[in-house]
Write a protein that binds this ligand. Structure first.
Ligand code: HEC
Length: 310
């Protein structure tokens, strides 16, 4: 199957070579006449549609949105209001099926890493692009890197984005160039041939235990940052969360790091130590030291991700 390309002629969209759904980016309707070319279409911005409970929300085409992971009832209500019928999560955390169901929304879980989109995941995105009916919201955690890459791939499969716009979208969504694999897999993506066997879509996929542990670590880190840098600092709350964070490092090192080398294990231990020092600073009420430790811990996350994840 050839990926459809969209040509805009005097404000109308004609879909050329595809059975995929037709699509017209509304802002092009206002373009001046000499701009009504494929180049004008390529330059059109993707507008942010963020709202309470959902961040970094962008619309890819008439059916596809991307953004941050929904976190509570408020987020699911916002999705329902947007008319979303299906959510695709590419995050390592288990989808909140209960809240989704209560909002009348289906979940599809296609977890991907920061190092790129595997062949298997690509086939799942193609399947989702073909089968999903009604508006779909694609999310990772923050909605900046993996989610936009997945949404760009779905757009390519649907024929609503061409390569140039898919890459422009990643740029506007803020996808970091550090995640070279995500950029590469969009740049090099070819829609798989018709007849390729496509995997079953799952509402909740199994993920590696280290991925789940990291998703928790990320959650606790953000909580800790919020609580310890609020004014006045919520010291007891911060200590409670930092204990959870420290435990998560400790336990994932103990239980899930067999496949990793010694440097990895040393770095995990260093993060645990860093958190202990952060706790000491919290107890002393030394706010400068707390901020310095948080920053140092963040640098440790980045160091390890650069070496072992991205
Ligand atoms: C010693 C190494 C190491 C440290 C330290 C570390 N991580 Fe990770 N992290 C990893 C690895 C490895 C993965 C990818 C696991 C995989 O995909 O199998 C990962 C994955 C993640 C993910 C992606 C989870 C998903 O949904 O796929 C997030 C988020 C994350 N880490 C956050 C953090 C934060 C926040 C910190 C610091 C507070 C941190 N990590 C510290 C090694 C580390």
């Amino acid at each position: 199957m050839i990926c459809a390309r969209v040509f805009v002629i005097i404000g109308l969209c004609f879909l050329v070579t595809s059975m995929e759904p037709a699509y017209c980016q509304s802002q092009n309707a206002d373009s001046p006449k000499e701009e009504t070319s494929e180049t004008a279409n390529s330059r059109a911005q993707f507008h942010s549609l963020s709202r309470p409970g959902l961040h970094n929300v962008f619309q890819i085409d008439d059916q596809v949105y991307s953004g941050s992971g929904p976190e509570g009832k408020q987020s699911f209500d916002a999705l329902k209001k947007m008319g979303i019928k299906t959510i695709i999560s590419v995050d390592g955390t288990q989808p909140n099926l209960k809240l989704a169901k209560a909002a009348g929304i289906k979940y599809i879980h296609i977890p991907i890493g920061y190092d790129g989109i595997s062949q298997d995941a690509s086939l799942s995105f193609l399947k989702a692009a073909k089968e999903v009916k009604g508006p779909v919201y694609i999310h990772c955690h923050h909605g900046r890197h993996r989610g936009p890459a997945a949404a760009a791939m779905v757009g390519l499969c649907r024929g609503s984005l061409d390569k140039q716009r898919a890459l422009l979208f990643l740029d506007q969504a803020g996808t970091s160039k550090d995640y070279a694999g995500l950029w590469r897999d969009i740049r090099q993506f070819q829609v798989p041939a018709a007849g390729t066997r496509l995997p079953e879509l799952l509402e909740s996929a199994r993920v590696q235990p280290m991925v789940t542990a990291m998703a928790h670590i990320s959650h606790y880190y953000e909580e800790l940052q919020k609580k310890s840098e609020s004014t006045p600092p919520g010291r007891q709350d911060a200590l409670r969360v930092s204990l959870l964070l420290r435990e998560e490092f400790h336990e994932s090192l103990r239980k899930h790091s067999d496949d990793y080398d010694d440097t990895f294990k040393t770095w995990m231990r260093e993060s645990e130590t860093e958190i202990k020092q952060l706790e000491a600073a919290l107890k002393q009420g030394n706010q400068n030291q707390v901020s310095a430790r948080l920053k140092q811990l963040k640098a440790q996350c980045k160091r390890c991700h650069k070496a072992y994840r991205n």
